[in-house]
Design a protein around this ligand. Structure first.
Ligand code: GDP
Length: 424
C-alpha cells in the first residue's frame, strides 16, 4: 500500500498528528519535499515532539524513515533535531533513518540570503521563515547546489567548493554588500555536520523500490498544504517545492510507483502563517478568541497564525489538487462552545459571487461570503464514535463533505494519539 498524507489548506492542518496515528499500519514513512521551514507537533505516550525535518514515523519503533530527493536538508538543523529527540529517548540510527543521496543541502549562506532578501524587501517582505528554503531551491535549479551523496566523496566535494563560493559571492558580497562567504567555512561546515551523517546516506529510491516489491507499506508525508504549493498555491506566497500528493513518489525517489491512496488533512477552520492573501480572515476579538482556542502559533517560528472560519472555496480546490480519496478533519474540538459558527461558502469578486478558487492575483479583491450554521456547546474531546458527537457537530461534518465534495473518514477531536473518530 502506497499512501500519501497531504495538506488541504495552508499548512498546519495537523498532518504530523495524523501521520503519527496512521503510521502504525506502515513500514516506511517518507518526507518528499521542503526542508526545516515547517514544524509538525506530535503528542503521544512518549511525550511532546516538534519535528522539522524528520518524518513523524521516527517516533514509532520499527518504522523506517526516509528523507527524499525532493527535500532540502539543513544538516546542522538535522543534527540538532536528531540529538534533541535522542535526549527524549527516541532512537535514530541508519537502521531507521535513510537520507537520499540526491537530496540537496541547505547551507548557512542560503539562510543568510533568505534574511538579506527579506530585509531588502522591508515592508514588501514575503514572510519567509528565513530557513534558506527559497535560495537553496533556486540553487538546485541553477545546478549550483551540493547534494547529500557528495558527502560520501569529500575530496571531490571540496574541489567544487571554490567555484561555488566565487559564484555565491557575486550576490552575497557584490549584490547585498555583505561579508563574503569563504571556502574554508563551507568545508568546515561539511566536516562538522555533513561527514557524521555518512552512514545515513544511500540510494533511497532503490531501497523504496525493493521495499515495495517485498510488499511493504509506504507512507509519504507532505509538509505544508496545497495552497502553499509552488505551482498550485497562492504564488508567490508559497513554499518553493511541490506539496502535492502526485509529486510524492517523485520527491521520495520512486517515480516508477503509483499511489494507492491520497489522504487529505483538512482543518475544521482556517489558519495561515505569514503574508499573502487569506480571504476568509478574522480580525480583532473574533480572531483572538479562535487563535487562543486553537493554540495557533507556528511550531517552527512561534509566530501567531492568521485565523478564520472554514473556507469552502479554498478547501474544495485543495482537495482537488491533492486528489484526496479520503479526508481527515482535524481540530473539530476547537470549535466547541459556540451557539453559531460561520463558514465561508463563496467569494465575492467585483460584484460577482464565485465558488471556484481564482488565479491568486484576484484573491486580494475577493471578499468572503459567510453563512451561519448551528454550533454545539459541549466538549467533544471524549467522543470516540461518530454517533457520540452532538447532532450539530455531525451536521457540520456532513455539510463540509457535501460542499467540498469529499468523504471525511477521520475526525480528530484532540491532539493526543487516541483522540480520534474513525468513520469508515
Ligand atoms: P502540521 O504541520 O500539519 O503537522 O500541523 P502543526 O503541528 O503545525 O499544527 C497542528 C497542531 O494542532 C499541533 O499542535 C497538534 O498537536 C494539534 N492538533 C492536531 N490535531 C488536533 C485536534 O484534533 N485537536 C486539537 N485540539 N489539537 C490538534
Amino acid at each position: 500500500m502506497l499512501t500519501s498524507i497531504c495538506g488541504i489548506n495552508w499548512g498546519d492542518e495537523g498532518k504530523g498528528r495524523m501521520v503519527d496515528l496512521l503510521s502504525r499500519d506502515y513500514d516506511i514513512v517518507c518526507r518528499y519535499q521542503g526542508g526545516n521551514n515547517a514544524g509538525h507537533t506530535v503528542i503521544n505516550e512518549r511525550g511532546k515532539f516538534i519535528l522539522n525535518l524528520l518524518p513523524s514515523g521516527i517516533l514509532r519503533e520499527g518504522v523506517v524513515n526516509v528523507l527524499g530527493n525532493g527535500m532540502v536538508i539543513d544538516i546542522r538543523h538535522l543534527t540538532e533535531e536528531a540529538n534533541k529527540l535522542r535526549a527524549q529517548g527516541i532512537a535514530i540510527t541508519p537502521e531507521n533513518l535513510k537520507i537520499s543521496d540526491k537530496a540537496v543541502i541547505t547551507m548557512p549562506y542560503h539562510v543568510l540570503m533568505d534574511c538579506l532578501e527579506e530585509e531588502r524587501l522591508a515592508d514588501k517582505k514575503f514572510g519567509s521563515t528565513r530557513r534558506g528554503i527559497a535560495p537553496v531551491y533556486a540553487d538546485k535549479y541553477m545546478k549550483k547546489a551540493f547534494r547529500m551523496g557528495e558527502l560520501l566523496h569529500p575530496e571531490r566535494l571540496y574541489a567544487r567548493v571554490k567555484d561555488i563560493v566565487e559564484w555565491k559571492n557575486l550576490t552575497v558580497e557584490k549584490g547585498y554588500g555583505h561579508a563574503p562567504v569563504t571556502a574554508e567555512e563551507v568545508i568546515d561546515y561539511f566536516k562538522t555536520y555533513g561527514e557524521p551523517l555518512k552512514d545515513y546516506i544511500c540510494d533511497v529510491g532503490l531501497y523504496l523500490h525493493e521495499a515495495n516489491k517485498a510488499g511493504k507499506n509506504i507512507m509519504f508525508e507532505a509538509q505544508l498544504g496545497a495552497l502553499r504549493d509552488i505551482d498550485f498555491g497562492i504564488y508567490p506566497y508559497t513554499s518553493s517545492s511541490s506539496t502535492i500528493a502526485a509529486y510524492a513518489p517523485i520527491g521520495a525517489g520512486v517515480p516508477n510507483l503509483k499511489l494507492d491512496k491520497s489522504v487529505g488533512i483538512m482543518k475544521a477552520y482556517s489558519t495561515c502563517v505569514g503574508e499573502g492573501p487569506f480571504v476568509a480572515e478574522y480580525f480583532g476579538e473574533k480572531a483572538e478568541k479562535l487563535r487562543a482556542a486553537g493554540g495557533e502559533y507556528g511550531a517552527a517560528t512561534g509566530r501567531p497564525r492568521r485565523v478564520g472560519p472554514f473556507d469552502v472555496v479554498a478547501s474544495r480546490y485543495g482537495i482537488r489538487c491533492q486528489g484526496a480519496d479520503e479526508v481527515a478533519l482535524t481540530k473539530l474540538d476547537i470549535l466547541s462552545g459556540h451557539e453559531e459558527l460561520e463558514i465561508c461558502t463563496a467569494y465575492e469578486l467585483e460584484g460577482e459571487r464565485i465558488t471556484e478558487f481564482p488565479f491568486p492575483d484576484a484573491l486580494d479583491k475577493c471578499k468572503p461570503v459567510f453563512e451561519k450554521v448551528r454550533g454545539w456547546n459541549c466538549d467533544i474531546t471524549a467522543c470516540r464514535k461518530y454517533e457520540e458527537l452532538p447532532r450539530e457537530a455531525r451536521d457540520y461534518v456532513e455539510l463540509l463533505e457535501k460542499l467540498c465534495e469529499c468523504r471525511i473518514t477521520y475526525i480528530s477531536v484532540g491532539a493526543e494519539r487516541d483522540e480520534i473518530i474513525v468513520r469508515k
